[in-house]
Each structure stands twice: as structure tokens, then as C-alpha cells.
Design a protein around this ligand. Structure first.
Ligand SMILES: NC(=O)c1ccc[n+]([C@@H]2O[C@H](COP(=O)([O-])OP(=O)(O)OC[C@H]3O[C@@H](n4cnc5c(N)ncnc54)[C@H](O)[C@@H]3O)[C@@H](O)[C@H]2O)c1
Length: 337
């Protein structure tokens, strides 16, 4: 089977490509390399360009008429930046994504997997978030994810499009074989800041300790990026399982199914890496949310998928990858993004 991965040079897309290759699925990548670089040594097929370039998408389908599914990972993804530049975010995550969807459909491909986010939900730490939990996207970035889901739902209702939106939580780690990972030695979320605290010997700053959680600090669902990639392989098989099925939209939550508070993350970090990172408590920042964790029932039932890797493995793989990445980016002479 062949799949087109738009955004296939990025963190999630490149890891999905690794998982596809391991599952004997051939990934064809489309990326404008605006937010990533491409590792030529991996020998993957990349078309460099924009998802909105319909001539390029037509060429990809001419070259690979056997592409069965498109996976749309290409997006702008930085929440604070989206607050400052909403138009840029809506342009890429909606207008350009729409043009990509049109091109995919025009070329006769009627199956699409969309990378969405659990940040479309309202914070709730009392129970795992299900697909029907209240929605409350709080930034242009998260709103763009939800708007595009609604567009997919409408298009699927009006056409033969089979669309699956995978809403994932906070990915950590890298491909366990260290082929691909985050193209930065420092992820922007709490785990990245823990690495920074470890390297500089400074305390980790916990912003907000008065959230309605078991210890007052924010809660997140950290999921290993390899589990997310394998969920995409499961989703590909699900979409291909009934060749006669036409039309339909489903949204499915992906995560570890476990909430981890910031204090628990620090403890897991220190225990896993044998470090002693300390912390200080600071007030909440504007826009900080209590957080959520995910209920996996639908993912288990529909995708027959289960996360296999632990938070500790995610922390270890993040550290291993940051060393690999430093070497790769140093060797290629590319500045870190
Ligand atoms: N990383 C996370 O924490 C997270 C969590 C939930 C959902 N997601 C979703 O997963 C998807 C992938 O995220 P990621 O973390 O891999 O981000 P990333 O920035 O690493 O990858 C995105 C890729 O898309 C490419 N791209 C952006 N605009 C493009 C365009 N117009 N044309 C062609 N290529 C373009 C970039 O060059 C980059 O390689 C996004 O849709 C994001 O919303 C990410």
C-alpha cells in the first residue's frame, strides 16, 4: 500500500513514515520544509513544496497513481504564535488544507487521515476525555483544528470521502530506532524545559499550582510518538478494511489514557534519568489550562490499538534522540529550528 504524508518531514509525519515502512506501507512525503529539514540519508521519497500547490499534488498522483490514503500532518502548530498571527494559522491550517483536500479528491483518492489535537476539548480532570466531551478550543491554532474537522465532516457527508480525524495528546519520545524525531534538541513543552533545567542546573519553573488537580499542578496526557505513529498504521488498515465503504467521518482520541501532573512528570524524569532537577512554584501564565487526559475506549474498539510505551520510555527516547539530533544538525551544518 502507498500513502501520501503531507507534512511528512515533520516530527509526527516523519515518525508515521518510519512506522509505515516497518509495516511494509510505502510513504510518499510532501513538505515545504518550512518547519523542518529533510534527512536525505533516510532515502525517503520527498516532494518539496506546498500542500496548496495543486499542480504538485497532481504530479505526485501521476507519479504514484496507487496512493490509497492521504495523511494530513502539515500545519502550523505553535499556540502562542497563533494568537499573534491568526491569519497565518487560518491560511495554512484551513485555506491551504482545503486546497489539499480538493486536490486529493480530484485525483480520485477518497481516504484521508487528519492530525487533530485533544486541545479542542474543554479542560476536565475528573475523567478521561471521550470523543463526545465538551469542545472548547481556546486559540486560533486549536480552533483551526476543530474547524477543519467540521469541514471534513461536511465534505464526507456530501461525497465519497472517508475521513478519520485522530485527536492526539502530548507526544513525547522519538522513533525507538532513532531514524526520526523532533527537529530540536529542546521540545517547547514541559519535558523540553526539564531537559533545559537538567543541562543548566537551574530549577524548573512550575507555572500554576492552584489548578483543580490532585496536587494543584496542571495535568497532561503524555503519549509516546511511536504509539501515535502505530495508531496511524492501525487507522490506515481500518480505512482499507472495507473497500466498498463510501463516505463517513470519525474522530478518535489518542493518548496514553493516563494523566500526569507536572510534579509527577518531574518525579518520573528524575527517577528515569537519575537526576535531581528541583523546582520553584510561580503563578499561572495567561492561557495556561488545567489540562486533560484521554479515554481510549473508542481507539481500542475501532482501531484495535493500544499504547504500548511508557512515559519513562518516552523520556529516555527524547533524551537519546536529542543527542542524535544534535549530531545530525551539527553534521549537516543546519541551524536548529
Ligand atoms: N506535536 C504535537 O504536540 C501535536 C499534538 C497534537 C496534534 N499535532 C498535529 O500533528 C501535526 C504534525 O505536527 P508536528 O508536531 O509534526 O509539527 P511539525 O512542525 O514538526 O511538522 C509539520 C510539518 O508540516 C510542514 N508544513 C507546514 N505547512 C506546510 C505547507 N503549507 N505545505 C507543506 N508542508 C507544510 C512543515 O514543514 C513541517 O515539516 C499537526 O497537524 C499538528 O497540529 C501535533
Amino acid at each position: 500500500m502507498k500513502v501520501l504524508i503531507a507534512g511528512g518531514a515533520g516530527y509526527i509525519g516523519s515518525t508515521i513514515a518510519s512506522a509505515c515502512l516497518d509495516a511494509d506501507i510505502a510513504p510518499i512525503l510532501l513538505d515545504n520544509l518550512g518547519g523542518s529539514s529533510f534527512d536525505e540519508s533516510l532515502n525517503r521519497t520527498l516532494y518539496e513544496g506546498d500542500i496548496a500547490n495543486s499542480d504538485l499534488v497532481d504530479k505526485i498522483f501521476r507519479d504514484h497513481p496507487d496512493i490509497e490514503v492521504a495523511i494530513l500532518c502539515a500545519a502550523l502548530i505553535n499556540v502562542p504564535e497563533s494568537v499573534l498571527q491568526p491569519l497565518a494559522y487560518y491560511e495554512t491550517n484551513l485555506s491551504k488544507s482545503l486546497l489539499f483536500l480538493e486536490s486529493v479528491q480530484r485525483n480520485g483518492c477518497r481516504r484521508l487521515i487528519f492530525s487533530s489535537s485533544t486541545a479542542v476539548f474543554q479542560s476536565d480532570t475528573n475523567a478521561g476525555i471521550t470523543e463526545t466531551s465538551p469542545l472548547r478550543p481556546e486559540s486560533p491554532y486549536t480552533r483551526s483544528k476543530l474547524f477543519f474537522e467540521w469541514i471534513l465532516e461536511d465534505v464526507a457527508r456530501a461525497s465519497r470521502l472517508q475521513a478519520l480525524s485522530l485527536r492526539f495528546a502530548n507526544p513525547v519520545g522519538a522513533d525507538p530506532k532513532m531514524r526520526t524525531g523532533l527537529q530540536s534538541s529542546r521540545p517547547s513543552h514541559a519535558l523540553g524545559k526539564l531537559f533545559m533545567a537538567m543541562e543548566t542546573g537551574t530549577p524548573f519553573e512550575i507555572t500554576g499550582s492552584d489548578f483543580p488537580t490532585r496536587d494543584g499542578t496542571g495535568i497532561r496526557d503524555y503519549v509516546h510518538v511511536w504509539d501515535i505513529a502505530e495508531a496511524h498504521v492501525a487507522a490506515l488498515r481500518n480505512l482499507m478494511s472495507d473497500p466498498n465503504k463510501v463516505g463517513g467521518f470519525e474522530a478518535i482520541n489518542l493518548g496514553s489514557g493516563r494523566g500526569t501532573t507536572v510534579l509527577e512528570l518531574i518525579a518520573a524524569f528524575n527517577q528515569t534519568l537519575g537526576t535531581n532537577v528541583t523546582f520553584i512554584l510561580s503563578p499561572r501564565r495567561l492561557g495556561d489550562t488545567t489540562g486533560i487526559f484521554v479515554n481510549l475506549e473508542k481507539a481500542r474498539e475501532v482501531l484495535k490499538w493500544e499504547p504500548k510505551l511508557s512515559l519513562e520510555e518516552g523520556i529516555r527516547d527524547s533524551l537519546r534522540w536529542s543527542e542524535v539530533w544534535r549530531e545530525k544538525s551539527g553534521n549537516s551544518g543546519k541551524a536548529e529550528s
